[in-house]
Design a protein around this ligand. Structure first.
Ligand SMILES: Cc1cc2nc3c(=O)[nH]c(=O)nc-3n(C[C@H](O)[C@H](O)[C@H](O)COP(=O)(O)OP(=O)(O)OC[C@H]3O[C@@H](n4cnc5c(N)ncnc54)[C@H](O)[C@@H]3O)c2cc1C
Length: 490
């Protein structure tokens, strides 16, 4: 039998664990175990239930067009728990000059595709609208080297679009500063659209024409752009943990070192409490800056490359109110706050409108975002200060009266990888160092996509590579068995 150790029990690590379990059940001679430093599994995916409210502390949904979460839900038998957003109320607001302005109908990401709502919107100035329209005539770039998201948006749609739409929308997804984000690493599709259509507006119009008409079949499940789970996002990580088998998922086990050892090629994985595990392959799904500490003894250059990926801190603050306390209609998914407005929150999701069932009747659940690349110092505040700050922000912006029934702060210190300019070169360096360490695989949000689906796909991919490495190379399992320091459960 070959042993695989997985480090980290977030969505990526759990997806890898479940893939190894399926491989083992399918007759492959593989044993595996997952070591997670925290006392819970799920990593950034964390749902709490309180007084009839369902509160997601990390991601509250996934992008439906990325198929991996939906496919996993099917495989786990929980596809009937998938929950579409309430798109009858799908409106987004942008905070600008003291007011919430509805994002004009037809704006996709940051690109206007419907003339009348765009031209009549008070959100943009006339010069700003004309500049955005010039996307139709601005020639495509002949230089296809990487550039920042900010440079790209300014080049195609102008500065006002960058400040009012692109920065809060696409910078917000990554909790990143568009002036530093790599376009190729974060939104390569925009570059492809520019190259193919010569204009983002033309590209989005073409995509709209090609979109299949809405299904007329009564039984067809409604799939909205965003999807979540009825009981919160943690349904997917709980489902993977149950299916993988919790007896092999060890919590409270912080890995401090991976070193070469055992029967070569092989590794010894050591934990903070002094346990060591021999492994023929190791999959590390921990954040890159923490992975760097773990592999530093094995390869200091690999550690340096991993440390070169910057991280930022963010927090979500969820507040539970009675509907009558909210001074305005909650018909919408929430609002975004451009950094240029210099407020202390960057967005607020009206969770109980977006997702049916997130709050009891006549109550509202709001979820504000704090921190990110431009404001990460705000995450250093203690819970009480942060709650006070967020309450004051939503009171001011939305006209809320009184205090919330309760609030919850979820802090993600250095929890958001930043795919800044040069990210793809950093990934190449990491891949190149990994070539010297057969059987060591990395996955998770640090590398090739931060969305829940991306990281699950990366975890399954790492498991696939480990299986191919172990089973495909015809190792001598009898010999391997003698090199083990700590045995795994059979
Ligand atoms: C506030 C917030 C909102 C988000 N919103 C969305 C969203 O709406 N939609 C979406 O698709 N994505 C969203 N994301 C991104 C997404 O949640 C993450 O990218 C994804 O969950 C990361 O999964 P992962 O397995 O790669 O990493 P993690 O979940 O970070 O898991 C890594 C695990 O490794 C463990 N670990 C670290 N070091 C060690 C060690 N030494 N030994 C053992 N274990 C270790 C950690 O404790 C952790 O459990 C959001 C993220 C945040 C923070």
């Amino acid at each position: 039998m070959a042993n695989v150790i997985i480090v980290g029990g977030g969505a990526a690590g759990l997806a890898a664990a479940f893939a190894l379990k399926r491989a083992k059940d399918g007759g492959n001679p593989i044993e595996w175990m997952l070591l997670e430093k925290d006392n819970r599994l799920g990593g950034k995916i964390l749902t709490e239930r309180r007084d009839g409210f369902i509160i997601d502390g990390g991601p509250d949904c996934y992008l439906t067009e990325k198929p991996w979460v939906g496919q996993m839900a099917e495989r786990l038998g929980i596809a009937d728990h998938l929950l579409s957003s309430d798109d009858d109320k799908k409106k987004t607001y942008i905070y600008s000059r003291g007011n919430l302005h509805e994002l004009p109908d037809g704006v996709w990401m940051m690109v206007p595709t419907k003339f009348t709502p765009f031209i009549t919107s008070p959100l943009f100035s006339w010069p700003g609208k004309i500049r955005m329209g010039m996307d139709l005539i601005v020639p495509k770039s002949r230089n296809i080297d990487d550039e920042t998201v900010a440079d790209f948006v300014k080049r195609r749609l102008g500065t006002e679009c960058l400040e009012k739409l692109a920065e809060p929308m696409i910078g917000g997804v990554h909790a990143s500063d568009p002036y530093r984000m790599s376009l190729k690493a974060t939104f390569p599709r925009f570059l492809q659209m520019e190259q193919k259509y010569g204009s983002l507006i033309r590209a989005f119009l073409a995509a709209r024409r090609k979109a299949p008409p809405p299904s007329t079949k009564a039984e067809a499940p409604k799939r909205t752009y965003f999807t979540t789970f009825q009981l919160g996002m943690q349904e997917i990580t709980d489902g993977m943990a149950d299916a993988a088998g919790r007896d092999r998922l060890i919590t409270g086990a912080k890995v401090v070192r991976i070193k070469a050892g055992g029967v070569k090629p092989g590794y010894i994985v050591q934990t903070a409490v002094g346990d060591s595990y021999a492994a023929d392959a190791v999959i590390v799904s921990a954040e890159a800056h923490l992975t760097a500490d773990i592999v530093a003894d094995l390869d200091d250059q690999l550690a340096a490359s991993l440390r070169s990926i910057p991280w930022t801190s963010a927090a979500t603050v969820s507040l539970a109110y009675r509907e009558e306390q909210i001074g305005q209609s909650l018909c919408g998914f929430g609002f975004l706050v451009p950094a240029s407005e210099k407020r202390k929150i960057s967005a607020c999701t009206w969770s109980s409108t977006k997702w049916p069932g997130r709050a009891p009747a006549k109550h509202a659940l709001l979820r504000a975002f704090v921190g990110g690349a431009q404001n990460q110092h705000l995450v250093d505040q203690d819970d009480e200060e942060m709650m006070r700050m967020v309450r004051s922000e939503v009171r001011d912006i939305m006209g809320i009266s009184g205090e919330p029934a309760f609030g919850r702060v979820f802090r993600w210190v250095y929890g958001m990888p930043q795919y800044t300019l040069g990210h793809l070169q950093r990934i190449e360096q990491i891949d190149s160092r990994l070539r010297d360490h057969a059987g060591l695989f990395l996955c998770g949000a640090s590398y090739r996509g931060i969305g829940t689906g991306d990281v699950m796909n990366s975890g399954e991919g790492a498991a696939g590579k480990a299986i191919e490495f172990l089973v495909g190379k015809g190792i001598d399992y009898a010999e391997m068995a003698s090199g083990r320091e700590t045995d795994m459960p059979r």
